[in-house]
Ligand binder design. Structure first.
Ligand code: SF4
Length: 341
């Protein structure tokens, strides 16, 4: 007798929202996940950081176990250096509060408008220039993007809308679909850009539903991944990036130049090559914004200029990220060579 063949159940989709929930943890838990204790650290910990720790499971799985200097660990662990009181470091280093014509909108750059679409992130990066931002007052309200979209629709000077945050990919699919759909219906928008650190933090977020949403928008979509080191791009992240490419999304990457993380030619070179192998072009290398609590990550201008020149000598030009600094009040990022001498 022939055995009855039962239809196979489809594999369960990874629960990306569970990864978000698991990201909030104590320093002791975080260290335990990477095979360390506080006693192993050659640096101190910030006892009660005002910017809570958040590191999702996939990101932590990429940290080298037992290495207190791991370049991924240093991005998410609150070190005692955060407590250094330096009057040159600010809570709003880019003066963003001055560029907010309406709740949720930032008009810092000529033909581009930023939408602060979400007030939370999958991961808390210790160098973040918005680590002191009161998102409650600045971010688009839940279910309330209509006013902001109407303002953008009435301003033909806006050619590109950039979804920022927080991290826009923390939004649930229905909210993201409603917002993107409303933006895609604005005739004078040539493209929609999404900045996200989620691709490396929670690659499971790139679900078939998200891919279908982006593929069906009817406008070119650019996603700028935020990654800082080659080790952030493993096979799982590369597969998520490939799914986005399959949806016709243009993929770029921006990084922040961070002391102890990617402050060498070898590290930036390896990162650029890993990005290219995943179909992503390096776009920007930002010098650190002078934000309170992050001064220990700073790499000076002279050193940055030297790194950029050495990269030009060893990589094709299209793989050398543009080294820039954001200067409040300027309509675009400033190449750092313009700041020298
Ligand atoms: S994901 Fe982006 S906005 Fe969120 S903490 Fe990191 S750098 Fe800041």
């Amino acid at each position: 007798m022939l055995a009855r063949v039962l239809p196979l159940a489809p594999p369960a989709a990874p629960d990306w929202q569970a990864d978000y929930r698991a990201a909030r943890l104590t320093a002791a838990d975080l260290l335990d996940r990477v095979g360390l204790t506080a006693a192993d650290l050659p640096y101190g910990l910030a006892p009660a950081p005002d910017f809570a720790l958040k590191a999702p499971p996939h990101f932590l799985s990429l940290v080298r176990r037992g290495d207190p200097h791991d370049p991924l660990l240093l991005q998410v662990l609150a070190r005692a250096d955060e407590l250094v009181d330096d009057p040159a470091l600010l809570t709003d280093p880019l003066d963003e509060a001055s560029f907010t014509p309406a709740r949720g909108i930032l008009r810092k750059y000529g033909s581009r408008a930023l939408l602060l679409a979400a007030g939370s992130c999958a991961i808390h990066c210790r160098y973040c220039f918005r680590r002191h931002t009161d998102y409650g007052a600045m971010v688009l309200p839940v279910g309330g993007h209509a006013d902001a979209v109407a303002l953008l629709a009435a301003d033909p000077a806006v050619e590109e809308v950039i979804l920022s945050g927080g991290d826009p990919l923390t939004l649930a699919d229905d909210r993201l679909a409603a917002l993107l759909g409303a933006l895609a219906a604005i005739p004078h928008l040539a493209m929609i850009r999404i900045h996200s650190r989620t691709l490396t933090a929670v690659p499971a977020r790139v679900t078939p539903a998200l891919v279908a949403l982006l593929a069906g928008l009817g406008k070119p979509v650019v996603i700028v991944a935020h990654t800082n080191h080659a080790n952030e791009i493993d096979g799982v992240v590369a597969a998520a990036l490939a799914r986005l490419r399959g949806a016709g999304v243009t993929l770029l990457n921006q990084s922040v130049l961070l002391r102890g993380v990617n402050d060498s030619v070898a590290a930036i070179r390896a990162h650029a090559l890993r990005l290219f192998a995943s179909g992503v072009l390096p776009y920007y290398m930002h010098l650190l914004d002078p934000v309170a609590g992050a001064g220990h990550f700073d790499v000076g201008l002279t050193e940055a200029l030297g790194l950029e020149q050495q990269l030009r000598d060893t990589l094709p030009g299209y793989l050398v990220p543009r080294f820039v600094r954001e200067v409040p009040g300027r309509l675009a990022k400033t190449p750092i060579w313009q700041l020298a001498g």
